[in-house]
Design a protein around this ligand. Structure first.
Ligand SMILES: Cc1cc2nc3c(=O)[nH]c(=O)nc-3n(C[C@H](O)[C@H](O)[C@H](O)COP(=O)(O)O)c2cc1C
Length: 332
């Protein structure tokens, strides 16, 4: 079933997005976040060139499960024709609910070739990319931007207006510039200004660390939806807490450590099932192990051991030993 993303964004329920995140928002994590209440999912960014070449790596990034709908595929690149071709390929072969264009990635390797936030230095190029992608498919086209490339060229409203004019049907703002990378605070006032200036729905993103932050962002900015990235690391239940806060309901406390370990292992099993190579999968999963065990008493030594594991069985054993040594009879 195809979803009408824009109707959902305009419904007034303030849907919650799991943010596109390279190396993090893969299908197993997306499904876990959905279980905790992420309403809209987005793939990690995928290179238009890789898609058009039909590289195996890109195909792996593009895979999703029907249960993940509504889902968007995010693409990046600086060549409007290639971006249009990539969008057409994705629509034809994978049929997501929407295509999202990445104008936010600050990573040097991407920016050097004018991809991601690199495009923000040339708003004619931004417009040309949006038009090309939007013309290439019948799917909804959305964009994700930063506030500008540098502080001097910071102009989220100006950029947003150009995106809207070019045919973007929704826009997500992470209100930092490329130069900011992740430093300082996301300027939510810029999200509010974008909501004020644009007709299309605006998705707010940046520094949501708990349910209460989500409520505050909605109330302070009037955004149509909220996108969460780092706040979900080792903490997928943030979506449940954010939903409760948005609905004015009591926010449930985070799962205790035993439950958290259970969620971590469920996530690990899904990640291993999803990957063709289980050894690779467990190595890639180490970052999640770090996040799930953050803040635990003696967590550092647990993490040192977890980071050396090469199989799910070892992970299970380490968590079980930790539970017995630290938690039996306790609920943290
Ligand atoms: C590990 C990681 C990978 C990311 N990869 C992407 C990506 O592929 N595409 C994208 O648009 N943004 C990406 N981002 C940026 C996030 O989507 C989001 O805009 C940013 O982290 C701010 O939100 P937060 O404060 O909730 O983390 C990434 C962020 C992180 C931490």
């Amino acid at each position: 079933m195809a979803y009408d993303l824009i109707a959902l964004l305009k419904s007034g329920v303030t849907p919650l997005y799991l943010a596109p995140q390279a190396g993090v928002s893969e299908s197993p994590f997306r499904r876990l976040c959905r279980r905790f209440g992420a309403d809209i999912l987005v793939s990690e960014f995928v290179s238009a060139a890789g898609i058009v070449q039909n590289s195996k790596r890109s195909r792996d990034y593009l895979r999703f499960d029907e249960a993940e709908r509504p889902i968007g595929i995010q693409i990046f690149g600086a060549d409007p024709v290639l971006m249009g071709d990539a969008a057409a390929f994705v629509a034809e072969v994978f049929s997501p609910d929407f295509i999202d264009i990445n104008f936010g990635c600050p990573v040097k390797k991407v920016v050097k070739r004018n991809g991601g936030s690199g495009c923000l230095r040339d708003l004619d190029l931004v417009e040309a990319i949006i038009r090309s992608v939007d013309d290439a498919t019948r799917l909804t086209t959305t964009v994700k931007i930063r506030s500008g490339f540098t502080e001097n060229t910071r102009d989220p409203v100006g950029i947003g207006l150009r995106c809207e004019q070019a045919g973007a049907q929704a826009i997500c703002l992470h209100p930092r510039t490329r130069s900011d990378m992740y430093s300082g605070q996301a300027r939510w006032s810029e999200i509010a200004a974008l909501v004020e200036a644009l007709e299309i729905p605006v998705v707010g993103n940046g520094d949501i660390r708990n349910g209460e932050d989500a409520r505050r962002m909605r109330d302070e900015t009037g955004c149509a939806a909220i996108m969460i990235a780092r706040g979900s690391h080792g903490d997928p239940w943030i979506f449940k807490q954010a939903r409760a806060a948005l609905d004015g309901l009591p926010i449930s406390s985070a799962p205790d450590v035993v439950e958290r370990f259970g969620i971590c292992l469920e996530h690990a099993r899904n990640a291993i099932d999803f990957e063709a190579n289980p050894d690779r999968a467990i190595i890639d999963f180490r970052k999640h192990l770090g996040w799930y065990t953050k803040g635990l008493p003696d967590g550092r030594s647990l993490r040192t051991e977890l980071f050396q594991t090469t199989s799910l069985q070892e992970v299970e054993m380490l968590l079980e030993t930790y539970r017995k040594e630290h938690l039996d009879g306790l609920r943290i």
